[in-house]
Ligand binder design. Structure first.
Ligand code: BMA
Length: 329
């Protein structure tokens, strides 16, 4: 039996080349590059980068690299711009999470539209043309991704609706659809904790769920509100492989948080925000791409077995008491 590594070292190691992408690398005047989705495409690492220009609104632009670290080629002609005629994209498109389904890439992104942020879907084969499939979840809802396969003939979507009254807490939900259009059977999947926890009151999905031999690995952000602003940190959870509504494990501690200067300085200091990760062919090396301080794109690497070990060592099941986040709970 291999020994579990409960480790005293950090699990994620930052790239020495961070930030790997900045606004200056782009051929136009842009304010910030952040929260990219990522896939392997035609032998390269492809980032679909959220680019916020000086209007304050965001588009999604393709950047490609052979090694996923440097020599990025910004493909300005391959970009998804907000549809000016769509109520759902009036103020931009943000934070794509990409899932490969067959030979199509399902891009679940936030449409910042009339009524607030909402969950939208576009499908592409080539990252040149993007076919909009419409709104999957109305406002206010974001931090969403689709699983790469159906379960008993239905698609599963992870998303994060925001309650009208904050004291109810913003939790991670799972919804189902037979056709990617009609969604239902919504239920809380990972509740925000309450009280003094790092992930109390507001959480949201990071990259799309990653299938492992032990279940679907989930990385999520927890938002801590402090006197000097919010801190976005990352934690882990594991879902049953055949029934993703079953939360098998949930980490107690965060595994990655803002520490480096480029995570502490920028438009929104104290934010690490991944929308994509890639497992290398060795099945062990996980490359996580994240927005730092809502300003630049960065990379951190972890070993998959250490992430799973961490969940063995620092695990709690979300008991019913953690579902209640209100002051009277
Ligand atoms: C979230 C999203 C992200 C952003 C983060 C930190 O609500 O809007 O796009 O990176 O806040 O500002």
């Amino acid at each position: 039996m291999t020994e579990i590594d409960c480790g005293s070292r950090e699990i994620f190691v930052r790239s020495a080349q961070n930030p790997i992408l900045r606004g200056e690398d782009f051929p136009r005047m842009v304010n910030a590059v952040l929260n990219a989705g990522v896939v392997r495409f035609e032998g390269q690492t492809l980032l679909l980068v959220r680019v916020e220009d000086r209007t304050g609104l965001s588009s999604l632009v393709v950047a490609k690299s052979q090694n996923g670290v440097d020599n990025w080629e910004i493909d300005w002609d391959r970009r998804m711009t907000p549809d000016p005629d769509s109520f759902a994209e009036r103020w931009g498109i943000e934070d794509p999470r990409i899932t490969l389904v067959g030979d199509e890439y399902f891009i679940v992104y936030t449409g910042f539209g009339i009524g607030g942020p909402m969950v939208c879907l576009a499908v592409t084969r080539d990252f040149v043309s993007f076919e909009r499939q419409g709104v999957l979840q109305p406002p206010e809802d974001k931090d969403a991704a689709i699983f790469p396969r159906m379960f008993n003939g239905r698609w599963a979507l992870i998303h994060r609706p925001a309650p009208a009254a904050q004291e109810h807490g913003a939790h991670i939900w799972l919804s189902w659809s037979p056709d990617l259009r009609h969604w239902g059977d919504a239920a809380i999947l990972v509740p925000a904790r309450r009280g003094g926890w790092w992930d109390a009151n507001k959480i949201g999905l990071g990259p799309p769920p990653l299938e492992t031999a032990h279940g679907w690995l989930i990385c999520y952000h927890g938002v801590r509100t402090t006197a000097s602003g919010s801190i976005y940190r990352l934690g882990l959870a594991l879902l049953d492989r055949d029934d993703p509504t079953r939360l098998l494990r949930r980490g107690t501690e965060w595994v990655f948080g803002p520490q480096a200067p480029y995570e502490l300085t920028g438009d929104v200091p104290g934010v690490v925000f991944p929308c994509g990760w890639l497992l290398e062919d060795d099945g062990e090396t996980l490359q996580m791409y994240y927005g730092a301080a809502d300003s630049t794109m960065c990379l951190a690497t972890a070993s998959l077995s250490r992430l799973l070990d961490h969940l063995e060592c620092h695990c709690s099941l979300a008991g019913p008491e953690e579902l209640l986040v209100g002051p009277n709970a």
